[in-house]
Write a protein that binds this ligand. Structure first.
Ligand SMILES: Nc1ncnc2c1ncn2[C@@H]1O[C@H](COP(=O)(O)OP(=O)(O)OP(=O)(O)O)[C@@H](O)[C@H]1O
Ligand SMILES: [Mg+2]
Length: 405
């Protein structure tokens, strides 16, 4: 029976015949023939059920492997290919010859340079049980290859599994982002900076000619607006393109002090007082100081922009479990409930800020949200029309450097 089961396609009829001839101990053949028959029928049904669920499971596993979007190559203890799924065969570009080693197939397919040979990595996986990964790019295609040891069967024989994940779309998006960054910084931002410098020179030289000075000042205002927009774009594109941000323990106090220094001239223009309140003196958060300073600067500049002149903006830092909350409250016009959910999208501005002719392109909050998600934190807002707004940042708390957690 064991032999019949182990076959690739179990012969159900043979199993049934075998079962029918099984002796049933303790039964009198003439008197209890019916009983015996029923018993065997039941056993046969059970066997049929077991075989069908076994077949279903086998089909499920092999079809799942076959259709996996990642390429899979499995090699034996000598690194010879014995299984490849559909994506794996596509990656190899042709049906592999019988007995070929995975290393030779990959070397033929991808002439990699400046990295250890495929054969070394595969040998290390089989012999030493060491996993490795490498990036790979060829003919506009990009991928990540993982080489890992695999234990084959019950005897503990070693093999190797090589997977290939196609990241061409991500790679392409990254290239496009880099092109956007280059375009904004060189083609858009640089001429605007030169224009700004020339206008300043013209402004100095035209002193005494009130009409010309007024015209130059108007031009300066427009150029500054375009320059700010290019800067906002650039900051956002940079943070989106950066694959690994440098995150470390930052002193919240230093970040708040720097952001307040930057915001001071804007606050002074409207005679706005920024009051800082801390529940503990020594907060440290895991972040990138430059980006966090800019994110807080964006919230501060919004609060000052929307707060009425001669009012107070309140900045409070407090501990909330594993997070440090930094909240900023102003007594500005507030925001309608219906506009709150989409406030953090690019170019989103409330109807009220357009009606009040408040300047801005609507990229500041998008930057804050992007940065916060990269830090593993969150940004939120509470606001009601006529009752001011509170924007808050929840940042992952961390111990002061040099102190145990
Ligand atoms: N403190 C606030 N009070 C009222 N409305 C606000 C406040 N902060 C943001 N908003 C609303 O959210 C919108 C988006 O803010 P965001 O900072 O993204 O853009 P912006 O300030 O208009 O332009 P930018 O920051 O790019 O110069 C603002 O235009 C405004 O409508
Ligand atoms: Mg803003």
């Amino acid at each position: 029976l064991q032999l019949l089961f182990n076959k690739e396609r179990p012969d159900v009829d043979a199993i049934c015949r075998y079962m029918e001839n099984l002796p049933v101990p303790g039964l009198d053949e003439s008197a209890q023939y019916q009983r015996r028959h029923e018993l065997i029928e039941r056993r046969i049904r059970q066997v049929r059920k077991a075989i069908s669920s076994l077949q279903n499971m086998r089909r499920f596993v092999s079809e799942t492997l076959e259709r996996m979007p990642d390429g899979i190559l499995i090699g034996d203890e000598l690194g010879r290919l014995f299984y490849s799924n559909e994506s794996g065969r596509r990656w190899l570009e042709k049906l592999p010859a019988k007995g070929a080693t995975i290393a030779s197939l990959l070397e033929k397919r991808h002439n990699i340079q400046n990295t250890a040979a495929w054969s070394d990595a595969i040998r290390d996986a089989i012999v030493k049980g060491v996993s490795s990964s490498r990036n790979w790019a060829d003919k506009g295609m990009a991928g990540i290859v993982l080489i890992a040891p695999l234990t084959l069967g019950m005897k503990g024989n070693q093999g190797v599994i090589v997977t290939f994940s196609d990241i061409s779309a991500i790679h392409q998006a990254q290239m496009e982002r880099l092109q956007t960054i280059n375009f904004i910084s060189h083609d858009l931002r640089s001429p605007l900076s030169s224009q700004m410098a020339l206008l300043e020179k013209a402004h100095r030289e035209l002193i005494g000619n009130a009409e010309a000075v007024a015209l130059v000042e108007k031009l300066q205002g427009l150029t500054r607006k375009s320059l700010n927009l290019a800067d906002d774009f650039l900051q956002l594109a940079r943070v989106e393109a950066q694959s690994d941000l440098n995150l470390y323990a930052c002193s919240l106090q230093d970040i708040v002090d720097n952001a307040l220094d930057t915001a001071a001239p804007q606050a002074a223009q409207k005679n706005i007082d920024i009051t800082v309140r801390e529940t503990e003196a020594d907060f440290y958060v895991r972040a990138n100081a430059g980006l966090l300073e800019r994110a807080l600067g964006n919230l501060l500049s919004n609060a000052i922009k929307f707060a009425p002149p001669d009012s107070t903006v309140m900045l409070v830092t407090s501990r909330r479990g594993q997070f440090i909350r930094l909240s900023l409250t102003d007594s500005g016009p507030g925001i309608c409930e219906i506009e709150l959910p989409r406030l953090f999208e690019s170019f989103r501005r409330t109807r009220q800020s357009d009606e009040l002719h408040k300047p801005g392109s609507g990229l500041g909050l998008k930057f804050v949200k992007t940065v916060m998600s990269r830090f593993g934190g969150t940004v939120g807002v509470e606001s009601k029309p006529g009752a001011g707004s509170t924007f808050w940042l929840d940042l992952p708390a961390c111990p002061r450097p040099g102190r145990p957690a």
